[in-house]
Design a protein around this ligand. Sequence first.
Ligand SMILES: NC(=O)c1ccc[n+]([C@@H]2O[C@H](COP(=O)([O-])OP(=O)(O)OC[C@H]3O[C@@H](n4cnc5c(N)ncnc54)[C@H](OP(=O)(O)O)[C@@H]3O)[C@@H](O)[C@H]2O)c1
Length: 239
Amino acid sequence: MSLKNKHVLVIGGGSGIGFGIAKGAADEGAKVMIASRSAEKIAEKAKSIGGTSAVLDVSEEANIATFFKEHTGFDHIAFTAGDTDGLSSGLLSDLDLKQAAQRFNTRFWGAVAVAKHGAMHLPPGGSFTFTNGMLAHRPLKGMPIVSASAMAAEGLALGLAVDLAPVRVNCVCPGLIETELFARYGEARHQMLKAMSQKQLIPRPGMPEEAAEAYLTCMRNTFMTGQILKVEGGIALAN
Ligand SMILES: NC(=O)c1ccc[n+]([C@@H]2O[C@H](COP(=O)([O-])OP(=O)(O)OC[C@H]3O[C@@H](n4cnc5c(N)ncnc54)[C@H](OP(=O)(O)O)[C@@H]3O)[C@@H](O)[C@H]2O)c1
């Protein structure tokens, strides 16, 4: 089971885990398209792996509908789009519900719209692979909405696996992965991520390509659907 000559779309593929997926698929001989909001970034990243790029902001359903009218013929779609919208920590009594709802825009409703408009273009046995996060399973104090939005993506993947069969739908659940998501912390991020990962059975942040391998497995393995694949350095078992 190889991705050679398969058409792979990575939404959110201009950096981090998504770029790891795009590069891994391209290395295997897949025809890869990267999509996200930043035209220049994705054009450059796509060129570096011999792929193509297309601008797409998944926060508006209309953009996604237009995208799938213009781009078809995919075998596999990975969805790693996510920003820091609605990512906050604090007292529940201070929670701004409108701001908290934004946490679901890209990760959840974006994923719903991609499934809605993209599914008809996938062949039987083709796949979606969505993304949640270990905060779904190991919540941190002050971040219940982040946990809920991660769990929502997981529930969506299971529901869609039933709904869209024989198209396969899986979800990867990354733990702490060192990516551009933490760029806002500058150089301090290396120390911060090292400290945050100390309790893990593998006490270091994961690399994007390690997380990417789980998505590539979900694409390749034609008997896999409705699965949540954790890549998290053993944090689930940590004391
Ligand atoms: N890194 C971790 O430790 C970790 C852990 C658990 C879960 N996750 C989740 O895994 C996913 C990927 O994270 P990452 O670490 O690889 O982060 P990343 O490097 O920041 O990648 C996220 C990508 O999403 C794209 N994006 C953001 N908003 C978008 C939108 N509205 N439409 C289309 N594309 C959009 C961004 O590109 P543009 O700016 O060009 O749009 C960016 O390339 C995220 O959902 C993140 O929450 C990450």
